[in-house]
Design a protein around this ligand. Structure first.
Ligand SMILES: Nc1ncnc2c1ncn2[C@@H]1O[C@H](COP(=O)(O)OP(=O)(O)O)[C@@H](O)[C@H]1O
Ligand SMILES: [Mg+2]
Length: 193
């Protein structure tokens, strides 16, 4: 299997590639299709978790697991190596728990309105980059689940797939880079465009 990467995607290393479950997949496009079906199941699972607290490490990991459990053996498992993006792998758990606690505090003290809270959460989660792959899709679905719990509609994130290259993905990445320096307006607008 030869992986090809969209701009801003995290390359998969050899150990991670060995964790691919379906044996018939040989192209990136087959993999994308397979992952998409798996992710739909994960999204349906997330909708059923009405009583579970979202802002817990267990939920964050379980969601990744449900999205990728038929694709990667390491689904739901944190990174054990560094990537071109993300915190040092050894700090993932601490940084994630910090983010979850901060976001819980922001929610209970109504620091931000719902969209801004969820978009900030999305950016900081994808910045931590907890998993070897699937971080963008996982952090978008988690932000959607959060914003729906807060009484809003789910985000549109450009309304088309962001997985392959193209103008929308460029816009999304530019908005994330603005968020990297603390400017959230573009990402907020992109999430609802
Ligand atoms: N400069 C950046 N700041 C924050 N997040 C970024 C940046 N560049 C890329 N990302 C995030 O990383 C994701 C790519 O990581 P990856 O684990 O491959 O996710 P996926 O497989 O779902 O695309 C992008 O979709 C985006 O969410
Ligand atoms: Mg990827």
């Amino acid at each position: 299997m030869k992986f090809t990467y969209a701009v801003g995607a995290t390359p998969i290393d050899a150990d991670e590639a060995a964790g691919l479950i379906p044996s018939h997949i040989s192209t990136q496009s087959d993999l994308n299709t397979w992952e998409e079906a798996n992710i739909l199941q994960g999204a349906a699972w997330a909708q059923r978790q009405k009583k579970r607290e979202l802002l817990k490490e267990g939920f964050v990991r379980d969601l990744h697991k449900q999205m990728f459990n038929r694709t990667w053996r390491w689904a739901g498992t944190f990174r054990a190596s560094n990537k071109n993006i993300g915190v040092d792998w050894a700090h993932v758990s601490v940084r994630l728990n910090n983010l979850l606690a901060n976001t819980q505090y922001q929610m209970s003290h109504a620091i931000f309105e719902a969209d801004e809270l969820a978009v900030r959460f999305h950016h900081q989660l994808v910045w931590i980059h907890p998993f070897p792959n699937g971080n963008g899709r996982h952090a978008r679905l988690l932000a959607d689940t959060l914003v729906v719990r807060l009484g809003r509609k789910r985000f549109s994130w450009g309304a088309h797939s962001l997985l392959t290259g193209g103008v929308l993905r460029q816009q999304y990445l530019e908005a994330l880079r603005a968020a990297d320096i603390g400017e959230y307006e573009r990402l907020l607008a992109f999430a609802r465009c």
